[in-house]
Structure formats: C-alpha cells, structure tokens
Design a protein around this ligand. Structure first.
Ligand code: ADP
Ligand code: ADP
Length: 221
C-alpha cells in the first residue's frame, strides 16, 4: 500500500514563484527514503504539503487512502497526529524538562497522564535518554537535543515520520547516530522520509533518494 502519493503536484506561492512543478511519486508503506536537492529546490514545501501546512496549487497529495484536498477541515488535527516531524533546530521548549517536552504531543491529544508517562519513558528509552528525563534540554548537547526532538516525534507512534534537515547542525558521527535511529523506527514499520542536502550521509545510507531540482523531481520518482 502507498503511504504517500503525489500526482502531478504543483505549488505556486502567492508571489508567483513555482516551488514544485509536476511532481509524481509514491512512497510505499514501510519504505525509508531521502529527499534531496539544493537549497530552494522545494524539499520543505513538499514536506509541508504532506503535513497540510501548505496546500498544492494543482495535483493531488494522498496520505494512506486519504486525498488531502478533500480532507474535512475538522480532521486536519487528526491527520497531523498520524505524522511525526523532526526539524533541524528541533524546536524544543527550554522552560520545561526533557520529559515534558516529549509529553507535549500526548497532552495536546488528550492522553491519560499515566498512559502518557509510560509512552514518554518508552520513547526516551528508545533514543537512549531515559536518564535525562528531569533535566532541562538546554543542559544537553546538540546531539542529545536532537534525540529529544526525535523522541517527541515518535512518542505517539506515528505511521509516518518526516524529517527536515534533521542532521543540519550535527557533526558526521552524530548525524550517523540519528540516521541509525531512523532506521530503527523504519524496521518496526514506520514509513520514513528525510529531507537532507548532506550527500555524503545519503550515499552512506544507500536508500532510495528523491532528487528535486528547481521544483521538479529529476530522479528517484
Ligand atoms: P528547500 O526546502 O529545498 O530549501 P523550499 O521548499 O523551502 O526549498 O523552497 C522552494 C522555493 O519556494 C524557494 O524558491 C523558496 O524561496 C520558495 N518559498 C518557500 N516558502 C515560500 C513561501 N512561504 N512564500 C513564497 N515563496 C516560498
Ligand atoms: P528551509 O528550507 O531551511 O527549511 P524555509 O522553508 O523556511 O527554510 O525557507 C526556505 C526558503 O524559502 C528561504 O530562502 C526563504 O527565504 C524562503 N521563504 C520562506 N518563507 C517565505 C515567505 N513567506 N515568503 C518568501 N520566501 C519565503
């Protein structure tokens, strides 16, 4: 089954700039793939269409068996909850503990606090940071902070994990560690799509790679 399907997707921003042109591809459920291309090629835009942070100007985006143009407005929050997102700057909140950062998506979704606590600890355990749960994330290294961001992205067990330049601020060893984590989640069935312009890292991972150039998918589709 397809987890993500783009059919002839175009995105033109209000200023008239074409960020994506005629993009067609399918990512199968359980696949792990990279999305690459120079800065401005359209990587973030493509991810934003999947998360419904932007709407396509033409064509269709499917996630699972849902075509997003016809997703009812009241189901948008539910749609986003099926997706975990990892950002380059991890967007952690420095006014609360590691535990509370990871718990945030579950609180928003209205989980029972005890069930939430169990899931938060399981997520922190998976990224090797259980012993840091009470600390403020500002006291952690950048690699550890990124792992907290990953724990937060997977704490609600999303079917789909998206990452936008998740290793942008990390040295090569830490970048590789983060990739091994993504592989680990992929092995248990999560579909993973990672936007990155780190070609040496992508080459080492030996996965399908979608290449955008000036908004067009020129390879891997
Ligand atoms: P990438 O993630 O590959 O760097 P983006 O998807 O961020 O590429 O950007 C693709 C193109 O769309 C760029 O030319 C960028 O300037 C433009 N763009 C991105 N977001 C917006 C926006 N909100 N409004 C107008 N233009 C945008
Ligand atoms: P990144 O690609 O690093 O994730 P963004 O998607 O925020 O970063 O922005 C990528 C490019 O899109 C940048 O060149 C930025 O100037 C441009 N951009 C982002 N938002 C807008 C906007 N609202 N209007 C015009 N250009 C934008």
């Amino acid at each position: 089954m397809a987890e993500i399907r783009f059919t002839n997707v175009g995105k033109r921003y209000a200023e008239g700039h074409d960020a994506l042109i005629g993009v067609d591809f399918t990512l199968e459920s359980g696949e792990m793939a990279f999305l690459t291309g120079h800065s401005g090629a359209g990587k973030s835009t493509l991810l934003k269409l999947i998360m419904l942070m932007e709407r396509p100007s033409r064509g269709q985006v499917w996630v699972g068996d849902q075509e997003l143009n016809v997703l009812p407005r009241h189901q948008i929050a539910w749609h986003r909850r099926r997706i975990g997102v990892v950002f380059q700057n991890h967007q952690l909140l420095f006014d609360r503990s590691v535990f509370d950062n990871v718990a945030l998506p579950l609180q928003i979704a209205g989980y029972d606090p005890q069930d939430a606590a169990r899931r938060v600890r399981a997520a922190l355990d998976k990224v090797g940071l259980l012993m840091r749960e009470k600390q403020n994330p500002i006291t952690l290294s950048s690699g550890e902070q990124q792992r907290v961001g990953i724990a937060r992205a997977i704490v609600h067990k999303p079917k789909l994990l998206l990452a936008d330049e998740p290793t942008g601020n990390l040295d090569p060893q830490l970048s590789e560690d983060v990739m091994r984590l993504f592989e680990q989640f992929n092995r248990i069935g999560t579909t993973v799509l990672i936007a990155s312009h780190d070609l040496s890292l992508i080459n080492r991972m030996q996965r399908r790679t979608l290449v955008l150039r000036g908004g067009r998918l020129v390879s891997g589709g």
